[in-house]
Design a protein. Sequence first.
Length: 243
Amino acid sequence: MCTDQKPLLKVLYQDDCLAVVSKPEKLLTHRTEIANGDQYFALQLARDLFGKRVWPLYRLDRGTSGALMFAFDPQTVSALAQQTHETFQKQYFAIVRGTSEKTMLIDHALKPPVDPYLRVQKTEAQEAKTLLTTLASAEVPVSSGKYETTRLSLVKLELLTGRRHQIRRHMKFIAHPIIGDATYGKGPLNRALAEYFGRDRLYLHCCGISFLHPRTGTRVSITDRLDGDFAETVKQLRWVSYI
């Protein structure tokens, strides 16, 4: 889906060398070959918002909402890029199919997805770890396979490594695909739940980041609470304490 109406970026944090905004879902981080007529991109919107050149520190997929960081100079990019996943931490909320384990370390190596635009394609599997915590579960009257109802869980996920589509691929691997995931999820179930909830989106949201400030060395933690369609679905499932 292309983005025709100009989205708004909510500023979560800003200082003289970096900023964190809340990216809406269905907005690409930057212009790519999959833009398909999109008029607006988070990079462009952030540049206009802050009135200067900006560099994204990481990318959120089009359907993923949440905290997105931009640096204001190459030195900040370099300093933050050197931080490990122990110091630069990212957490996500997701709604997944089924009743997931209360806590779980998903340790499953992932091969890089095939990229037709790369001359040299890496094929060896890379270490990938995601920490899962189940926050709430519910059951809705939507058929799923041979069952007349569907169980759903709200989970919190922390990246311990950073592979492309890691969370989405890990959730598919443990048979708890993210609702609304057109690539790694279940199409018929996604469509049925979109009709039931009255909203269609990927239920994945970057809810928090924590890092060491590149200039002061102090820890900065930023939260991006659920909003919009994701929050409305959480309310519908009576998980209001997580909004």
